[in-house]
Design a binder for this molecule. Sequence first.
Ligand code: PLP
Length: 276
Amino acid sequence: MAVWRNGAASVVGPDEPVVTAFDLGLGRGDGVFESVLVAGGTTPHLDAHLDRLRRSTGIMGLTHPGDDAVRAMVAAVTTGWPEGTEGACRVFLTRGLGDGTPPTLLALLAPVPAETLRQRTAGIAVVALSLGVPADFRATAPWLLGGAKTLSYAVNMAAQRHAHAVGADDVVFTSLEGRLLEGPTSTVVWAAGGRLHTPPVETGILPGTTQARLFARAEADGWPTAVTDGTVEDLHRAEAVWLLSGIRGATPVTRVDGVDRGDAGLSPRVRQLLAR
Ligand code: PLP
């Protein structure tokens, strides 16, 4: 891992203390993060993550140490990483002590979990769980931090544990009215009527970098895309459904709320578009 100290990235061992217990990221989840895929020894999508990190820090009112600092941190941990092993590089930026001293910036690197790799082809069962907020509310409620990738993921992790407890792998969050939102760590995409669809970011969901890349490449490849208000019923009726993220890629959804579903053979094309 690496820690930003005195204006430079320092590589440290995983057991070395790097953050005070008074750090507000630890005590309050008061910070932001990004998970960046390391593949073929490089970070091909780093720029999109840098853009979103900057956006998240703006929403949170955090001090940003500059893109060059984040790049240096990612370079520090990825240098020497084996080309044949996919890695997940996590960048954490917290408010630090919140007393005007510099924010805390950390970068960690670990292999992509074997289970994540398996699910990319085997697929996953999801359950729909309500987040309990109206779909239009977060756009008018900046204190709910819609669209920011904050460190406050306890609810997201609890939702995934609940999914496991009821025999599923993951979750699709819905709004109070039953509109589709996102997964706890992923963007929802479905294919219907010859188009790829994803819910609007105005609902307060995180703008997915993988979804944006897929949609840009699909459009260029003649596969139209749309931002669509959907419901769980739309997922049942869709030709295919995927959960997308930088680390997992496009994972096909094989079951929604206990009902099996297929992917109409569309997953290879999606994977191919994302692989370019
Ligand atoms: N939505 C949430 C809540 C996430 O945590 C993530 C993943 O980090 C995504 C969507 C997908 O974003 P990306 O494709 O940029 O990894």
